[in-house]
Design a protein. Structure first.
Lengths: 283, 771, 171
């Protein structure tokens, strides 16, 4: 039994936003509920259910996949998603547990991105865009939204549009937890472009870790763009990524260990992405 | 001893007697049975690890509609007791009261609010205004005994504390031979210190109980406990009511592992029912389990071993510094057991064991599967491996040279008992060689999987450890059993023994069925009800199959004798020398009368009677089971993550009454051992608050964290045990962590002496060693 | 919108539990776990109340979920299956239940109802799982007694039973 006093099922997006504006800070949107219910923040008294707004579903457009915000994570573990957005599939298959994936929604796991969201880091690396509704509609990339301080007061996520990985691009995703079922101490998503099978010409590296919000680094490859791919190049890329990530110590890991993990996981993700993109080099 | 081929029910893989109810989701656990209208009691718990309560303002809480009663230390009887459910007089200090004016750990009881429902009780707790005088905190056992440390038990009415002014809850010191002389004669002496951490049982069912007054105004307590009879006695004393007024019932319980060998709720719940006259329910939520449930004692364990040139041990000393947390529950006996379970494994003419047990402001330690032995064996089996490597000897050969063998006596057992002197012990059965053979063959090692990737390097290796344990507590453990005949030849088996999910109801029924020559389905088991079953100390000390089993066998034999008399009567003169063949009484002329026929005739023949017999058994023996654990680990050298990829545990358990259930005990113990070694760790802030008090951050192994754990049963037919049994419930948790430590050493050359081997700790050690 | 001062059962929902229709009054903060237990389905257990143990697993419209993470108002109109409703026609045990008994999977039994529900769903989606797939399927259901070996054995054996049963129907 939780202390929530009211539960309102919104019929339309406008109604949901209107309710949230009226009640203010005492209210919260709820979709899957897997974060809202166990946290049960004392200040929250009214829940506005946004899972009946028709915001679920997957559509495959040319060059991108569009996923409704209230689509459940388990629905995304499908052969279609595996074919179209394999990095998201990979990230979600190591995310939480089957029981939680059956309730949790994609929008919900982004709204709570302050946690080390596996989906969030994958989408950040992939350059996904979010369709938001607050007072007005806006479309922003996950990266821009992070830079701008995340969602506004009563904004809700309607839809997520994920560009498909292009020719000559590859992806890699690594996660590290204290055991196989864990929130990520560190997770890293990489999207790499490889030229001539031998050089990383572009690299998008999204790094999540449980002590602060995820970051996206897009300029890493500039320094090594002319060098032939080697483990040494990959390590240097990973080390410079690690240097740029702000980490803190907490009971789950020390800052130094987190930095180390970022470097190791970044290297592993870059390697996987480069190989996927057709890089040829000796081990 | 019985010929195994002759057994019909014992030694069979029969389903547990409660399996059908379990898979159907029967409402048979405590919380499923709470009477409608029961009041809900919630304890306000201390946010401070050490503080004096200056005042508690209750008015605002009392004003909440639905709040019925608020009690503080000023309102309840002050009777010092121990929460440890042990034989009377308990060897643990009486250092706890129902509600105190001082709190000694985060989560300690401050006050209790009784309300119509849970939310209202919680609301009431939030409205209590407590003025604390916060006191300095001590968290490490070594710091706690230093001069100037804050004194945790400065109350004057506690009893049995070894030295409260030094925060010493207990102290143990025993010596066999002359250890110093042994060291002076030794060619080489090795000394290493190991440290083990705070972990918890994490039973899936948290602690829960409810109490009510029955129509005769007697107090009935229904509780998830391992020790119903100790609950009855302790609750009676604390609440100052006669034992005769209390009935304790244990329904099915959702796991114990020692955590429920404690009176954590019942003293207060019973008090609230006595106070209000109403049914009251109390439970611990999962976070409360972590804050104020029980834990496995953290220890520093130092071994010092002297050897002759050829690798023979001639002196072995073990020194332990244990942390009992804020209260001394099992504070003397667990650390005693750390020595008495591990030191006897290797023969030595000179042995010494010293343990100091300190109070701190951290969670209370207590009984947990292994009862001190996992701590001792992490040290001993790491230490023996280290010595073997230093001597350049094969670790297995070195152990074989010094291991205790069949026919040896255990000199420690006589000196170190349950908080007092113990009993002589001779090792009558030892199947350790076969255990080693089976487990080592099952884990051949898969070899390294070399990768040229410099940031994705993995290493694999096999390691092992051996151990022995005990079976029951000699001179202490006593169990009763009653068997009553029914007209159709079914039998009521009434036992005080407590099935915590182990299957003891089933194995005890199997034994009764075997003796009586009937099927398992003919035995109706009823257990753990202080009004209608005989006394049993409860489920702890790996005793039930052996101790309660002996009582059951004796009661069944008495019933069989009585039925034989009935059969004799039926057969008349031609009975002669009566034999018994799987349920049939057989006369010398070959005439056969079945037990069921005799049963019916006992009620309706000429001499009508109710046949019912009781027996009780106290053990003075403690035959040790033996176990070998072999494990292959894979270490990710770049993250420090250790993964168990193959593991086998083989145990000489005397005899498996039900091999399926015995394997369940082995595999479950090994899984718990892997969690202990790799992922489970209670971590604390500088002010003593547990930081990972949830199942999200306290990492109990999930299905994907474990390989298919392999279990092997080695049967040696212990002559003192019913059907040859020793025990199997705890032993296999003892040697998992050192086996993993030894495997990590074999893979990397790095010796880890501090549990658990979390990725960060392992990586730091690898870096330090330059791996 | 007026706020209630205290929590009151002011909502009504319709649900089906084990093929029985319920029209119940609930309050906003009641979890599905609380509601099911209140309706008498006591197989659904409080293990952690944070979705980390799986002792409260039920099938919600066919999918296994942690009922402690779901509020009752979220399930209006849904169909719920608990282990009490699993036996065929209320009598004959489901093959997963039979397999759990035969392999000795349950020890204390506290996780068993939830584990069985997850297994039922797993086998309906993947009738012939590998041991590894089974381990991943039950990753959200913690068992402290068994070390999972006999649980995986039971689910493997249930898969065979279900397969044989379906083959039998085809004949």
């Amino acid at each position: 039994m939780k202390h929530f006093r009211q539960f309102v099922v919104a019929g339309t997006v406008d109604e949901a936003i209107g309710l949230r504006k009226t009640v203010g800070a005492k209210s919260l949107y709820i979709a899957g509920g897997t974060t809202v219910v166990p946290m049960a923040r004392e200040s929250v008294e009214v829940l506005i259910d946004i899972s009946h707004l028709g915001l679920d579903g997957i559509s495959d457009q040319d060059g991108s996949i569009s996923i409704g915000a209230t689509t459940r994570l388990s629905s995304l573990l499908s052969p279609d998603i595996k074919a179209a957005v394999p990095m998201l599939f990979e990230a979600l298959s190591h995310c939480a547990t089957p029981l939680i994936r059956n309730m949790a929604t994609l929008g919900g796991s982004l709204a709570g991105i302050y946690l080390p969201s596996d989906a969030g880091v994958a989408l950040l690396a992939l350059g996904a865009e979010l369709e938001l509704r607050g007072d007005e509609e806006r479309v922003v990339t996950v990266d821009d939204l992070l830079a701008g301080g995340w969602l506004g007061g009563y904004e809700l996520i309607r839809n997520v549009r994920i560009p498909k990985i292009g020719k000559g691009q590859g992806w890699g995703f690594s996660k590290f937890g204290r055991s196989d079922i864990d929130i990520a101490l560190v997770n890293v998503g990489a999207v790499a472009s490889v030229t001539d099978g031998s050089r990383i010409s572009e690299l998008r590296l999204a790094i999540g870790q449980s002590s602060s919000r995820p970051v996206l680094l897009t300029d890493l490859a500039e320094g090594t763009a002319t060098e032939a791919i080697s483990h040494d190049v990959i390590r240097r890329l990973a080390d410079s990524a690690s240097e740029r990530v702000k980490v803190k110590s907490d009971f789950r890991a020390s800052a130094a260990y987190r930095k180390h993990l970022v470097s190791v996981l970044a290297a592993r993700s870059i390697l996987a992405a480069a190989r996927e993109a057709g890089a040829r080099f000796e081990d | 001893m019985t010929n195994k081929a002759d057994l019909r029910v014992v030694s069979r893989r029969l389903p547990k007697v409660d399996a059908g109810a379990i898979v159907k989701g029967a409402p048979h656990y405590t919380l499923d049975m709470v009477p409608a209208g029961a009041l809900y009691a919630k304890v306000l718990r201390s946010p401070h690890a050490h503080a004096r309560i200056k005042s508690i303002e209750c008015d605002r809480a009392m004003d909440v509609p639905g709040v019925m009663l608020v009690l503080t230390h000023e309102d309840v009887p002050r009777v010092p007791f121990t929460t440890a459910g042990q034989n009377f007089p308990e060897p643990s200090p009486y250092d706890t009261v129902m509600l105190d004016n001082k709190v000694r750990l985060v989560g300690d009881r401050v006050a209790v609010v009784v309300a119509t429902d849970e939310l209202t009780a919680e609301r009431g707790c939030k409205l209590l205004e407590v003025d604390y005088e916060v006191l300095p905190v001590v968290m490490d056992a070594r710091d706690a005994i230093r001069e100037g440390a804050p004194i945790i038990h400065d109350e004057t009415d506690s009893q049995g504390i070894h030295d409260a002014g030094s925060n010493l809850a207990a102290r143990v010191e025993v010596e066999v031979g002359d250890v110093e002389k042994g060291f002076s004669q030794a060619d080489q002496v090795f000394e290493h210190t190991y440290s083990v951490h705070y972990v918890q049982h994490v039973t899936m069912e948290p602690h829960v109980c409810f109490s009510y007054l029955d129509s005769s105004n007697r107090l009935v307590i229904v509780t998830a406990t391992q020790v119903p009879f100790h609950v009855r006695r302790i609750v009676a004393r604390v609440n100052q009511v006669p034992i005769s007024r209390i009935r304790v019932i244990k329904p099915r319980i959702g796991g114990g592992f020692g955590g429920k060998q404690e009176i954590i709720l019942e003293d207060l719940c019973a008090h609230l029912t006595l106070r209000t006259g109403k049914p009251v329910v109390m439970e611990l939520k999962r976070d409360e389990e972590f804050y104020c449930g029980r834990t496995r004692h953290p220890q520093y364990v130092t071994f010092k071993t002297g050897l002759t040139r050829d690798g023979t041990i001639i002196a072995n000393e073990m020194r332990v510094m244990a942390n009992t947390g804020a209260y001394g529950s099992h504070g003397l006996t667990v650390p005693s057991n750390t020595g008495s379970k591990s030191l006897p494994l290797y023969k030595s003419p000179n042995l010494r064991y010293v343990a100091d047990v300190a109070y701190t402001n951290l969670p209370v330690a207590g009984a947990m599967r292994g009862y001190g032995a996992p701590q001792g064996y992490f040290g001993l089996e790491s230490h023996m491996d280290e010595i073997a490597h230093s001597l350049g000897m094969d670790p297995l050969e070195f152990r074989r040279k010094n291991l205790v063998k069949q026919g040896d006596t255990d000199p420690i057992a006589a000196k170190l008992g349950e908080g007092k002197e113990g009993f002589e012990r001779t090792i009558r059965t030892c199947g350790l060689d076969e255990c080693i053979e089976l487990a080592s063959r099952a884990v051949p090692g898969s070899g390294d999987t070399p990768s040229g990737i410099p940031y994705d390097r993995k290493k694999r290796a096999v390691g092992f450890a051996v151990c022995m344990h005990g079976t029951g507590i000699p001179g202490d453990d006593m169990a009763g059993a009653t068997i009553k005949v029914n007209e159709d030849g079914s039998f009521n088996l009434l036992i005080g023994a407590t099935d915590l999910g182990t299957g003891s109801d089933t194995v005890l029924a199997q034994m009764a069925a075997e003796v009586l020559g009937v099927g398992l389905e003919d035995i109706i088991v009823y257990s753990s009800d202080t009004d209608s079953t005989p006394f049993d100390v409860g489920a702890y000390g790996s005793s039930t199959t052996y101790v309660s089993g002996t009582a059951v066998v004796q009661a069944a034999e008495k019933v069989r004798e009585r039925l034989k008399e009935v059969a004799l009567e039926l057969m008349g003169d031609d009975a002669g020398d009566m034999g018994f063949d799987h349920g049939f009484f057989v006369s010398s002329s070959g005439r056969r009368i079945h037990v069921k026929e005799a049963a019916l005739k006992s009620f309706y023949g000429e001499d009508k009677q109710q046949i019912a017999e009781s027996a009780s058994f106290m053990t003075v023996d403690c035959p040790p089971p033996f176990c070998a654990c072999f494990v292959e680990v894979e270490i990710d050298l770049d993250t420090g993550r250790v993964r168990v990829i193959d593991i086998a545990s083989a145990v000489d358990l005397g005899r498996a009454i039900n091999p399926t259930l015995a394997e369940g005990q082995i595999v479950g113990s090994v899984a718990m051992g892997i969690g202990y070694a790799l992922s489970e760790e209670m971590t604390f802030s500088d002010s003593g608050k547990m930081l990972n008090a949830s199942l999200m951050d306290y990492k109990v192994p999930a299905s994907v964290d474990l390989p298919d754990i392999k279990a092997f049963l080695v049967e040696t037919d212990e002559p003192s045990g019913p059907f040859g049994v020793k025990s199997v419930g705890e032993i296999c948790v003892d040697n998992v962590a050192p086996a993993i430590a030894n495997a990590i050493y074999n893979a990397t050359g790095v010796r880890l002496r501090q549990l658990p081997f979390t990725p960060e700790r392992v990586l730091n050690a690898l870096k330090e060693a330059g791996v | 919108m007026p706020l209630h001062e205290r929590q009151v059962p002011d909502l009504k929902i319709k649900i089906s539990v084990n093929d029985r229709a319920f029209d119940v009054e609930i309050s906003a903060g009641e979890t599905l776990l609380d509601l099911l237990r209140r309706l008498g389905f006591k197989s659904v257990k409080h293990g952690c109340d944070t979705g980390n143990c799986g002792a409260c697993t039920v099938l919600l419209d066919g999918r296994p979920v942690a009922s402690c993470l779901i509020l009752a108002p979220q399930v209006d109109g849904s169909t719920i299956l608990t282990v009490e409703g699993l036996a065929i026609c209320g009598k004959q045990l489901h093959p997963v239940q039979e397999a759990f008994i035969e392999t000795g999977a349950p020890q204390c039994g506290f996780c068993t109802p939830g584990m069985i529900m997850t297994a039922v769903s797993l086998l309906s989606e993947n009738p012939d799982p590998t041991r590894d797939e089974i381990r991943h399927g039950i990753a959200g259901n913690i068992c402290r007694c068994s070390g999972y070996v006999k649980v995986v054995d039971a689910i493997e054996s249930a898969a065979k039973k279900l397969c044989d049963r379906d083959a039998g129907h085809d004949e």
